[in-house]
Unconditional design. Structure first.
Length: 413
C-alpha cells in the first residue's frame, strides 16, 4: 500500500503555526503521567495521527532530547514546533504544551493551604495507573521499530539494567546513551532491517540557520557562567532566583522527576519556600498534565518576599527553568540533520535509539510502575487502560479520564 508522503516542515507557514499551537495545547491539557508518558502521547499525536514526522525522525529526535540536559518532553515538543513552523512554531508548541499546567500550578500556589495533600486521592492514583498504560504502549511501539533484531533488543535490555542498577547517578542516562551510540558506531554499520536509514522528511528548521544556532549556544553559555557572577556582584534577589532556576534547567539530566529534588535544594535550603509548601506542591505537580518543570511556576508563586512572588514570581521561575533547554535545542537542531545523514551517524543512532528503548523500559518500572501499582486492583485498572489503548484504539485523553474516574470510585483512601 502506498503511503502518503510526510508533509514538509515549511509547507504551511501561518495556518500550520495555529495548528501547532492547537495540537500542543491539546497535549498540554491531556498528557498526564510525567515525561516518559509524554513521549507516548507525542508519538500518538505527531507521528500516528498527524504524520508530521516519520517513525525514524521521531526516534532520532527522542534520542537527541534524551541526551541534552533539560525536560526531554518539552524539548521534543519544541523541536517538532521548530521543524513545523520555525522559531514562532517552536515557541507556540512550547506555550501550548506548558501553559495549562503552568497556570494550574500557579493557581495551586495561591490556594495551596486550602487544597492540602492530594497524594492519596483516588483520582490521582487513577491518573498514575493510566500513565503506566501510556508508557507501556509507548515502549512497545518504539521497541518494535527501534529493536527489530536480537542485537538491538539486547542493547535495550542491557541499557535498562544499567539504568536501574545506577539510577541514583545523575549521569547514568547520558553514559548509557553514549555507550549505546558507541556500540552502534562499532557494530551496527550495516542496516539489518533493509529500511531506508534516512527518514522521508528532512529535519530542516525554517528561518533558523547555523548562525542563529551559534548565537543560541553562545547565549546559553554566557547565561550559565555569567549569571552567578552578576548575581554575586549585585545581590539582587530577582536575579538570584533567575540564576538558581536557570542552572536547575541547564544542568539536570533525566527529566522532571530528577529536577524536583534539585529544586528543593535551590528553593527550600536558602529559605525561599517553606518545606511544607514545597511538599504540597510536589504532590500537586503529579496531578496536573504537561511538563513537571512547571513546578517552578508554583514555587515562584509561593516564594517569600522580598523575592518575586505571585504571578510575577511564577513567570520569572518558569521562564528561567525552561530558557536553557530552548537555547540548547535551537542551537543543536540545525546541525542535527547534516550529522544524522552520515552513515557513521546513522549507525551511532541505531545503537543510541536501542539504548533509548532500554531507558524507557527502566522508567516504565521506576518510577512509573513502582509509584502506581501496589495492589491487584491497581494492576487490573492499569491493564484495562492498556487494553483500551492498544486493542480498542481509544484516544489517550479518554483513557486518562476513565482511569481518573475509576480511581476516584474504586481506589479512594
Amino acid at each position: 500500500m502506498t503511503r502518503t508522503p510526510l508533509p514538509a516542515a515549511n509547507d504551511h507557514p501561518l495556518a500550520s503555526r495555529l495548528e501547532i499551537f492547537a495540537a500542543a495545547l491539546k497535549l498540554g491539557c491531556t498528557s498526564f503521567g510525567g515525561p516518559v508518558a509524554h513521549l507516548g502521547y507525542f508519538h500518538a499525536e505527531y507521528v500516528q495521527r498527524r504524520r508530521w514526522l516519520s517513525e525514524a525522525a521521531y526516534a532520532d529526535l527522542v534520542a537527541l532530547c534524551q541526551f541534552l540536559p533539560g525536560p526531554a518532553s518539552s524539548q521534543l515538543g519544541f523541536c517538532i514546533g521548530l521543524l513545523r513552523g520555525g522559531l514562532p512554531g517552536g515557541l507556540l508548541a512550547w506555550a501550548g504544551f506548558t501553559l495549562p499546567s503552568a497556570v494550574a500550578m500557579t493557581l495551586c500556589g495561591y490556594g495551596v493551604a486550602e487544597i492540602g495533600d492530594v497524594s492519596h486521592a483516588g483520582w490521582l492514583k487513577g491518573l498514575k495507573l493510566a500513565a503506566v498504560a501510556v508508557v507501556a504502549q509507548a515502549v512497545w511501539a518504539m521497541a518494535t521499530k527501534l529493536c527489530p533484531d536480537r542485537v538491538r533488543a539486547s542493547v535495550a535490555l542491557v541499557a535498562a539494567g544499567l539504568a536501574l542498577a545506577f539510577s541514583t547517578n545523575p549521569w547514568t542516562q547520558v553514559i548509557v546513551l553514549a555507550a549505546g551510540g558507541l556500540f552502534g558506531w562499532a557494530f551496527l554499520r550495516a542496516n539489518p532491517t533493509g529500511q531506508s536509514p534516512v527518514p522521508e522528511a528532512a529535519l530542516s528548521v525554517p528561518g533558523l540557520g547555523r548562525k542563529g544556532a551559534l548565537v543560541a549556544l553562545g547565549l546559553f553559555l554566557i547565561l550559565l557562567f555569567g549569571l552567578p557572577l552578576w548575581r554575586s556582584a549585585t545581590g539582587n534577589s530577582a536575579l538570584a532566583v533567575f540564576d538558581s532556576f536557570y542552572r536547575s534547567g541547564a544542568l539536570v539530566f533525566g527529566g522532571g522527576h530528577v529536577v524536583l529534588p534539585l529544586l528543593q535544594a535551590e528553593a527550600v535550603t536558602p529559605g525561599w519556600v517553606g518545606p511544607d509548601r514545597f511538599l504540597a506542591g510536589y504532590g500537586l505537580a503529579q496531578a496536573v498534565p504537561g511538563p513537571l518543570f512547571t513546578f517552578a511556576a508554583y514555587l515562584g508563586a509561593v516564594m517569600t518576599p522580598p523575592r518575586p512572588h505571585g504571578w510575577a514570581g511564577a513567570v520569572l521561575c518558569l521562564g528561567a527553568i525552561f530558557l536553557p533547554s530552548g537555547l540548547l535545542v535551537a542551537g543543536v537542531l540545525p546541525f542535527w540533520e547534516t550529522l544524522r545523514r552520515r552513515p557513521t551517524a546513522q549507525a551511532t543512532l541505531r545503537g543510541a535509539n536501542a539504548a533509548v528503548v532500554g531507558l524507557l523500559v527502566a522508567a516504565l518500572y521506576q518510577p512509573v510502575w513502582t509509584s502506581a501499582v501496589h495492589t491487584p486492583a491497581d494492576f487490573i485498572l492499569a491493564l484495562s487502560a492498556f487494553g483500551l489503548l492498544v486493542l480498542w484504539k481509544r484516544p489517550p485523553w479518554l483513557v486518562v479520564g476513565l482511569a481518573a474516574g475509576a480511581g476516584a470510585w474504586f481506589l479512594t483512601g
